[in-house]
Design a protein. Structure first.
Length: 236
């Protein structure tokens, strides 16, 4: 796909807001409800509260439930090709890696070593349906959002590089723009990037119509009815 450039002000805004806000803003930008390119179910975050992962996807597929059936030299070279692919692409980038053994994943691809390596290669985080481990010794500044937490690396090996992946119902192609935090992950459609900053700011402003009065002393049902009517008039 043709990669979209992210303006610096939008990139900074995306890093500061949560994924539900971006999800709402995409619907505002599209002018309708029904956006569905996001993960399903509850995922695990290595450091809840960290800034959001924002990056163009570097995709791959791994497996670890059973030993590979290819020669060891092919497996080794493919792993190096995987790292070469992860190091490529226009920045910012994020690893989006599908474990094809899901829902029976056992391979903790995302642990102390791979977090340090991917961070060192310049990626901003990782999203996977697979396993992470080494939570207490992962480097800061590289969030991982995973399908589960576990102790083993199993027979982990790379099976595909740069192909479309499926992460808990979210389909992602190489170089698509991803946003993720403790709530889950989503793909930002390229066609909304040009108006997404305005849409996010609009979501925040519209929610303030209700949030600010609700947090003031003396809030009651009468005040709610008044502000909710204003909120309903402008929401998507």
């Amino acid at each position: 796909m043709t990669q979209t450039t992210i303006p610096e002000d939008l990139l900074n805004l995306l890093r500061s807001v949560d994924t539900p806000t971006v999800c709402n803003a995409i619907e505002v930008a599209q002018g309708k409800r029904g956006f569905n390119r996001f993960t399903r179910g509850t995922m695990q975050h290595c450091k809840p509260g960290d800034p959001a992962i924002v990056g163009f996807a570097r995709t791959a597929k791994i497996s670890g439930l059973a030993p590979p059936n290819e020669p060891a030299e092919i497996i080794r070279e493919r792993r190096l090709d995987y790292f070469r692919s992860m190091a490529a692409g226009s920045r910012p980038t994020a690893a989006v890696v599908e474990d094809v053994d899901y829902p029976n994943c056992v391979a903790g691809w995302w642990g102390e070593v791979h977090v340090a390596v991917h961070k060192g290669l310049g990626l901003k985080g990782a999203v996977t349906n697979g396993v992470m481990r080494d939570l207490d010794v992962m480097d800061d500044g590289f969030p991982v959002l995973s399908g589960s937490v576990g102790p083993s690396h199993g027979f982990v090996h790379v099976v595909e590089i740069g192909t479309p992946v499926n992460i808990l119902g979210m389909r992602v192609a190489q170089d698509e723009l991803v946003h993720a935090d403790r709530h889950g992950a989503l793909v930002i459609p390229a066609e909304v990037v040009s108006c997404l900053k305005e849409a996010i700011e609009g979501v925040i402003a519209r929610e303030a119509i209700v949030l600010e009065p609700a947090r003031e002393p003396g809030f009651n049902i009468s005040k709610l009815e008044e502000v909710w009517a204003k909120f309903e008039a402008v929401r998507t």
